[in-house]
Design a protein around this ligand. Structure first.
Ligand code: PMP
Length: 436
């Protein structure tokens, strides 16, 4: 066995059967820069998984490394619980400078545990404390994390992938996809559920949504549906929680994805890219919701100084270099290329996305009707084959969606035009090979 094979083998024997990426991506990364990862076997890959959408600036960006080194060289404590520090002050200032207008003027921040799911739980706790109610309204196809509350809000009853844990007075509504008409129907469903006098169910403590569902298979919510959800929640005094864990920091073509629709949520859940590749998760919310008693929310790891410094550098770099706009332009171009590829590849059932959050739905090529759409049955076996053919061609992609049939591209926002072309070319070759 080579050293590379030995590592893969030992990890596959010792690690939990639940291991995920390691199963479909048998590589051993030892070096990385920007879009590129190098394996222990010397092979190089274009990484369009980007730490599940974490790496806004790609791997090991010089400004991120510099920011981390600066904290270490300064002799500052690395572990500070939730104490005030210059590093935290700089992070909060930079983060608040990016928030949508009205929000920034009146925002509070709560540092949560290291993961996105910790911030989701904190958001639920916050709206429950503030409203005195307990139910939550979430959407089909949603993904909010793997802790109990976040898991309960994820997926739908039809999603077998997750173990559903019951919430008291749990509401599940269809996500606003299926074009404008589908979105209108979905919104009416939500409204009638909330207003049904027969149900006798009290209003939920909050509504949680992703502006673009990521793990659910790259489903962008239409702006009109987002505005309708804001009206529906505002009219009924239900706090609206926007989960921007994956969509944030420029990924969708706006700094925060809620900006596309112009809505201002009551709570924003932020993680992934805000830590510049290190673990960091926060909620920011309207100050009026800040009814927590001192100590009502705690956690040992809420003061990761390296993550805050890396995050500050990332937020500033994205803002100063217009990387959100760049992601929008490049994303449109990549979506257009992928849509024209669909003509020659009957296994492409649909191409969806916003900015650099892109999904290609893989369907059974035998049954796809003329044109794209999601009418043909999703094909999980073929989707896996596409992922493996991508890997063979040095391209790392993730699979998402209910049946793991959506090939997901989440490249860094620093992607160059040439790299974008290389990604599309390799994906096209992989599709052709998998279809054969
Ligand atoms: N919310 C969204 C929208 C996510 O995409 C994710 C992670 N993919 C989470 C929450 C959970 O984040 P974490 O894995 O860091 O707990």
């Amino acid at each position: 066995l080579s050293a590379h094979e030995g590592i893969l083998r030992r990890q596959s024997l010792r690690e939990s059967a639940a291991r995920t990426y390691a199963r479909s991506l048998p590589i051993v990364p030892v070096r990385a820069r920007g879009l590129t990862i190098e394996g222990a076997d010397g092979r190089r890959y274009l990484d369009c998984l980007s730490g599940a959408g974490t790496l806004a600036l790609g791997h090991n960006h010089p400004v991120v490394l510099e920011a981390i080194k600066k904290v270490i060289d300064s002799g500052a404590p690395l572990h500070v619980l939730d104490l005030a520090t210059p590093v935290k002050d700089a992070f909060t200032t930079e983060l608040f400078a990016t928030l949508p207008g009205r929000f920034a003027d009146d925002a509070r921040i709560q540092f949560c545990g290291p993961a996105g799911t910790d911030a989701v739980e904190a958001a639920f706790k916050l709206v429950r404390a503030a409203t005195g109610r307990s139910g939550l309204l979430a959407f089909t196809g949603a993904y909010h994390g793997m802790t109990a509350g976040a898991l309960a809000a994820s997926g739908g009853a039809e999603d077998v992938r997750v173990t559903r844990l019951p919430f008291p007075q749990d509401y599940r509504c269809p996500f606003g996809i299926g074009g404008e008409a589908g979105a209108r129907t979905a919104a009416r469903w939500t409204e009638s559920l909330l207003d049904d006098p027969k149900s006798g169910t009290p209003a939920p403590a909050g509504m949680i949504l992703e502006p673009v569902q990521g793990e659910g298979g790259v489903n962008p919510a239409p702006d009109g549906w987002m505005r309708r959800m804001r009206e529906i929640t505002e009219d009924r005094s239900i706090p609206l929680i926007a989960d921007e864990v994956q969509t944030g920091v420029g990924r969708t073509g706006a700094f925060w994805a809620v900006e596309h629709s112009g809505i201002v949520p009551d709570v924003m859940v932020l993680s992934k890219a805000i830590g510049g590749s290190l673990p960091l998760a926060v909620i920011v919310y309207r100050s009026g919701l800040d009814t927590w008693q001192p100590g009502a929310h705690a956690g040992t790891f809420r003061g990761n100084q390296l993550a805050m410094a890396a995050g500050t550098a990332t937020l500033a770099y994205v803002r100063e270099n217009g990387l959100a706009e760049r992601a929008g332009v490049l994303g449109d171009r990549m979506l257009a290329s992928l849509r024209s590829l669909a003509a020659g590849h009957p296994c492409i059932g649909d191409v969806r996305g916003r900015g650099l959050m892109i999904g290609v739905e893989v369907v059974d090529p035998e049954t796809r009707p003329r044109g794209t759409g999601t009418e043909a049955p999703p094909d999980p076996v073929l989707a896996l084959a596409v992922q493996q053919e991508c890997l063979r061609r040095g391209l790392i992609v993730e699979l998402g969606g209910r049946h793991s049939t959506v090939v997901r591209l989440l490249p860094p926002l620093t992607l160059t035009d040439e790299q974008a072309t290389a990604v599309i070319d390799r994906l096209a070759d992989a599709l052709a090979a998998a279809e054969r």
